[in-house]
Design a protein around this ligand. Sequence first.
Ligand SMILES: CC(C)(COP(=O)(O)OP(=O)(O)OC[C@H]1O[C@@H](n2cnc3c(N)ncnc32)[C@H](O)[C@@H]1OP(=O)(O)O)[C@@H](O)C(=O)NCCC(=O)NCCS
Length: 162
Amino acid sequence: MRVEIRPATPADWPAVWAFLQPVLAAGETYTYPQDIGEAEARAAWLVPLPWRAVVALDAERPVGIAKYGPNHPGRGSHVANASFVVDPAAGGRGVGRALAEHVLSAARTEGFRAMQFNAVVVTNPAVRLWQSLGFTILATIPEAFEHPTLGRVGMHVMHRFL
Ligand SMILES: CC(C)(COP(=O)(O)OP(=O)(O)OC[C@H]1O[C@@H](n2cnc3c(N)ncnc32)[C@H](O)[C@@H]1OP(=O)(O)O)[C@@H](O)C(=O)NCCC(=O)NCCS
C-alpha cells in the first residue's frame, strides 16, 4: 500500500480520533486513561512545537498518526521520543513501518541523535517492529503495566541511535 505521510493538521483530528479512541479505550498498549476525553487526547496527539505530529494517509484519509519530540528538555533534548497509532482497519499493511521510518528519518534530520521509547508493553507485537528498525531493549520494568486481560506485565525501555 502506498502511504503518504505529512504533518498533521487540525482538520485531520475527527478522522484520527475515530480510530484513536477505540485503541486507547482497549487499554492494551498505552498508559493513557482508558476513558480519556477527546480534548485531552487532541492535546496529547496534535502536539505543539517542539513536538511534531504527522499523519499517514490512504486515499487522503488519515489511517495513522505519529508524534515525536524531545524525550527530556534541556540537556536531554537530543534524544527523541515518539508514539504511533494505526487504524486497526488499516493494520498489517505497512503503515506503521512507514510512519516509523519517516519519523526516524525526520528526527535524524532535525538533529536528534537517538530515539527512546519509555513504555513499550512487552506483550505488544510492536516490540518486534521496533527491533526490526534497530531498537534494542535497554531494560524491562517489571509488572509496570496493568494489562486488561493479562494482568501486570512488564514495559520495555527501547532505544536506538540515529
Ligand atoms: C504498532 C502499530 C503502530 C503497527 O502498525 P501497522 O500498520 O499494523 O504495522 P505494519 O503493517 O507496518 O507492520 C509492521 C510489522 O509489525 C508486525 N505487526 C504489526 N502489528 C502486528 C500485530 N498486531 N500482530 C502481529 N504482528 C504485527 C507485522 O508483521 C510487520 O512485520 P513486517 O513489516 O516484517 O511484515 C499498530 O499495530 C498500532 O497502532 N497498535 C496500537 C498502538 C500501539 O501499540 N502503538 C505502539 C506502542 S509502543
